[in-house]
Design a protein around this ligand. Structure first.
Ligand code: OAD
Length: 239
């Protein structure tokens, strides 16, 4: 089976112009809330009500946001090149999904490596399901085993990101790696560019400014994602 030709990694910067905050920019989420209080299994064990309420607020923000031209451009690229473009997102929002990424193609062409805020995970039995508009509380029950151990299906610090084997296989067979709107501060995603380089494939960064790993890339374009991503997609599609 042949894999995707282009592997695209996205981060919070692609959703910034949809009104969703980034993590490490001035005013970013982790500059306002200590991540060890809300984004670790230990924090959830110590104070589940506080942690769950934090994600309720983020969930409302995601539901109110709309995909921007960068999400739409990537969906267009996937639709024009079925099976050739894999989007790996670190974002827990659903803006790639709502823009139509992987629509009509294999839904697995969009990987949420840090999970999905709008889904629930049972910490007791591992069951996952779509979460509705209601708040998640320590009394919420798993729809599978009925345990009161519900948490958002997001990957916390100290946990293993999802689908790492598929991502490694895709990087192995791809001929291009493109990183969009990510600071390159969090591993393993931050290491994808080194893996791509080791394989000798072309690497491109599209970001507001040079990221922490900027010197690793063969080429870079800097500016708001809503402008530079559609322009790059048009180039790839020869328009
Ligand atoms: P960061 O907040 O670390 O980085 C966001 C990047 O987007 C920065 O390099 C910004 O310069 C850039 N940026 C901001 N606005 C932009 C715009 N309009 N257009 C283009 N680029 C823009 O976010 P991530 O790299 O996504 O993990 O963070 C990685 C992970 O750290 C997240 O998935 C999350 C966080 O902790 C977990 O929660 C497990």
């Amino acid at each position: 089976m042949s894999g995707p030709e282009i592997v695209i990694l996205t981060g919070a910067g692609i959703s910034a112009e949809s009104g969703l905050g980034t993590f490490r920019d001035v005013g970013g989420l982790w500059t306002r809330v200590p991540l060890e209080k809300v984004a670790t299994p230990e924090a959830y064990a110590a104070d589940p009500a506080f942690v769950l309420e934090f994600y309720d607020v983020r969930r409302e923000g995601v539901r109110a946001a709309e995909p921007n031209p960068a999400h739409h451009a990537l969906a267009k690229l996937q639709a024009s090149r079925p099976g050739e473009v894999l989007i790996v997102t670190q974002n827990v929002d659903d803006l790639h999904d709502r823009a139509g990424a992987a629509a009509g193609a294999d839904p697995a062409d969009l990987i949420h490596m840090h999970g999905e805020l709008l889904r629930a995970l049972c910490a007791a039995c591992g069951h996952r399901w779509d979460w509705g508009p209601e708040p998640m509380t320590p009394k919420s029950l798993c729809e599978g085993c009925r345990a009161a151990s519900v948490r958002p299906d997001v990957v916390w610090f100290g946990e293993m990101p999802y689908h790492m084997e598929r991502i490694a296989d895709a990087l192995e067979g791809a001929s291009r790696f493109v990183s969009i709107g990510t600071s390159g501060a969090v591993y393993p995603a931050a290491g994808f560019v080194a893996e791509a380089k080791a394989r000798g494939i072309g690497t491109l960064e599209l970001n507001l400014e040079p990221s922490e790993g900027a010197e690793m890339f063969d080429a870079a374009r800097h500016g708001p994602a809503s402008e530079i991503v559609p322009a790059w997609v048009d180039e790839v599609l020869g328009r």
